[in-house]
Design a protein around this ligand. Structure first.
Ligand code: UD1
Length: 439
């Protein structure tokens, strides 16, 4: 089913207050759901956010013979048949993360056919690291008619020493794919320049709970001792650090006291540090983070890099905050240098931003003014919502199906904080392109 072209109408310039609970991490749940392919035993995954990307991943798994049932935010999954090992274009084009079934399928079934995810609105998005890592384990891979066709050699995958660094550093989903394949390979694997993101740690811990032998996840060197089989698991995914960052920035831009509950503060250190540099106080008590009204933010310099540095997925939201900061801020994007789609839309709201060579220069203005803008991808949409909350007058954001990929009922949750935000149902279907699949 194609998403509807709904819009949001926001009447901004109001203070918010109250508390908001963070959902389970989309980017953790996506690869973790795929590990259900790696065992015949039943698996149960809790704290799964109810999002369009998750539904797409579940559909991909169903196509691959995994039977799933939902109970609240828990997905129970069990492999029922293994006839089809093809993840089709119609589904993978909706969400690049569909590629994370590649490693699990290959490891368990000895073959995988997965549509090549293609580029998207934030840049080219190659898959060379995924393929290089799997080939190092012995996989035989060909690219054929838009599909990655991978199979294991006679005797199966074999552990290896793998350098998984690319020109932009580590890759989250390449690490996930290679890690899953290494878990069921014969012998020992070392993944050097592995992604250190908390979502990789969550995946590794889930696999270990299934009987895998992984050490070092969360550091650039992961070691895996292959095992013959995995058992089922009952796992709960970590809280979504990007969603938490989005709400904290919403609190900061509206100069409000917002309490975000159920957070992992240790996953948010870089974001909290930038907020601190901007003069925004955030109180941390256990798993709760509260923004303290701190007045107009100060300008800041931010560089996005792989974890533990500032996350690219919070870059657009932080840019929204910078638009009203005192002074001139810069954002240098080192993960996806073309990822500045929110800038042009925020300029329609009075922001002063210039973008060149992977860097945005943001001259703070006193106020944003509401305007008609269009969401281009998931995090750019979140940035426009944040800007709309602060802007004077009415902001109308079209194509909010992008935001539904990564934030559960965001307008209802923001309304509970006092925001004036309404969803206007649209009837037209969105074009079925791979654009805007970043996330
Ligand atoms: C994941 C996240 C996404 C986030 C991104 C970076 C999921 C579902 N998505 O995407 O929200 O923005 O991490 O934190 O977890 N690259 C290569 N070759 C490859 C793979 C990647 O050169 O084979 C490059 C990319 O173009 C990019 C950089 O490596 O410049 C990091 O991308 P990567 O970590 O792979 O992003 P994803 O895992 O796809």
């Amino acid at each position: 089913m194609l998403p509807r072209m709904d819009s949001f109408v926001i009447h901004g310039g109001r203070k918010l207050s109250g508390s908001i609970a963070v959902s389970g991490a989309k980017n953790s749940a996506l690869p973790i759901l795929a590990v259900s392919l790696m065992t015949d035993a039943p698996c149960s995954f809790g704290n799964v956010p109810l999002l369009r990307d998750i539904q797409t991943q579940v559909k991909i798994l169903n196509t691959l013979g995994v039977e799933t049932t939902w109970q609240g935010r828990t997905v129970r999954a069990r492999v029922k048949d293994t006839y089809n090992s093809t993840a089709p274009y119609e589904l993978v084009k909706q969400m690049r993360a569909g590629v994370c079934v590649l490693g699990p399928l290959l490891a368990r079934r000895g073959e995988a056919v997965v549509s090549m995810p293609g580029g998207c609105v934030i840049g080219e998005r190659p898959i060379d690291l995924h393929l290089r890592g799997l080939e190092a384990l012995g996989a035989v891979i060909e690219l054929d008619h838009g599909y990655i066709k991978a199979r294991t050699p006679a005797g199966g995958l074999r552990g290896a020493e793998i350098y998984l660094g690319g020109k932009f550093g580590s890759s989250v989903l390449a690490t996930a794919n290679v890690l899953c394949a290494a878990v069921l390979a014969k012998g020992a694997t070392v993944i050097e320049c592995a992604a250190c993101e908390p979502e990789v740690v969550d995946l590794a811990e889930c696999l270990n709970a299934m009987g895998a032998k992984i050490t070092g996840a969360g550091s650039p060197r992961i070691r895996v001792q292959g095992v013959r089989r995995l058992k089922g698991v009952d796992w709960s995914v970590i809280p979504d650090r990007i969603e938490a960052a989005t709400f904290l920035i919403a609190g900061a831009i509206t100069n409000s006291a917002i309490t975000v509950t159920g957070c992992r503060g240790d996953h948010l250190m870089a974001v909290l540090d930038v907020l601190r540099q901007m003069g925004i106080k955030v109180e941390r008590k256990g798993t709760t983070l509260t923004t303290v009204p701190s007045g107009r933010p100060k300008a800041c310099e931010v560089v996005t890099l792989p974890h533990p540095a500032f996350p690219t997925d919070a870059q657009a939201q932080m840019m929204a905050l910078m638009t009203i900061a005192e002074g001139t801020s810069t954002i240098t994007e080192r993960v996806f240098p073309e990822r500045f789609m929110a800038a042009a839309e925020m300029k329609r709201m009075g922001a002063r931003i210039s973008v060149a060579n992977g860097q945005a220069v943001v001259q703070g203005v006193d106020k944003l003014s509401g305007a008609e803008v269009m969401a281009s991808d998931l995090r750019a949409s979140a940035a426009l919502v944040i800007a709309g909350l602060a802007a004077e007058g009415e902001t109308r954001i079209s194509r909010v199906y992008h935001i539904d990929r990564g934030y559960e009922r965001i307008e209802e949750r923001l309304r509970k904080l006092g925001a004036r935000i309404q969803r206007i149902a649209g009837s037209d279907a969105a074009p079925a392109t791979a654009s805007g699949t970043a996330g």
